[in-house]
Design a binder for this molecule. Sequence first.
Ligand code: SF4
Length: 351
Amino acid sequence: MTTTTYPSGTGLSRRSTLIWRTFQVLVWLMGLAILFCLFFYPELGIDLFWNLLIPLAPALLVLALGVWRNLCPMAFTSLLPRHWGTSQRKTLTPTQTSRLNLMGVLALFLIVPLRHAFFDLNGPATGLLVLSLGAVAFGLGFFYEWKSAWCSGLCPVHPVEKLYGLTNRLTLPNAHCGACHQCVRPCPDSTPGINPLSLKKTLTQKTSGYLMAGAFPGFVWGWFQVPDSHGVSSWGELLGLYHMPVMGLLASGGLFLLLNRFVEEKRLIAVFAAAAVSCYYWFRLPALFGYGVFPGDGLLVDVSAILPEWVFTLATVALSVFLFWWIVVNQKRKASWVVRPAFARTNNRRT
Ligand code: SF4
């Protein structure tokens, strides 16, 4: 029998570990409460999930990705078997990891357009989606080592993390991995400046990398050109959900490939990342407060009778300028999302 030794664990003191665990449990319970609302108080659940939590997430990914990586309730669900000592801790080959990454990107592009017709206005449908993803995350955590299969593999949010978090500046302790078993290489958590095209040796890696780095901003723009509806009644309506996002995706991806011939790739990825997140808030922020392109869609609080539209125009312009400065201009220091814990001395993983 092989024994695994943890030289110094996460490097966290007992007190720090307790504090992180407390926050992880609290955030997980908040997620559970939102899930409960989605099923039993759908209007409130939709507001909490789609109109509060999700609009805050991109800003968190840009500004403090380590906070998200440590506290994400889906990650906590996936890593429960590992923390309980019941995970089978299998390893993935680099090819398998790349395939999972590509599946995560494709899942993102497939699921997000469905929001307009199936999830944005339907609490139980969103709840079922979250439950299904949670079950997959838990299952993968049960079989595979640490974050390899879900958090850094199949999770559809992970590609967005790699795009938006490329100029991370705040490095936090790793509040999950007890010791580093090098479950994924390069470890996205521990590699400063990692981006969607950090690995592009294989066709799978190139496809997922270019889809995120190049095509994603156009996809985001296209998504906001489609109104919400209560379901679809034909194949044509279903395809209509994808039409504009795919058009945007193709235009943006083509532009990226063209510019890639003349502009340094890392700089170009940063510009496209800033464009994607700015585009998101350009449309999303006014919509939250009653000035959306499609009135009522994605509304949190209607303040149109109190505040004039120019307030939100000014806010979105200011936010876009800040995001371009943060992601593109001020690149002096790139930090890893979290600190890599000490390497485990021995390994008893299964393949
Ligand atoms: S720190 Fe090590 S064990 Fe944790 S996710 Fe990264 S590679 Fe895997």
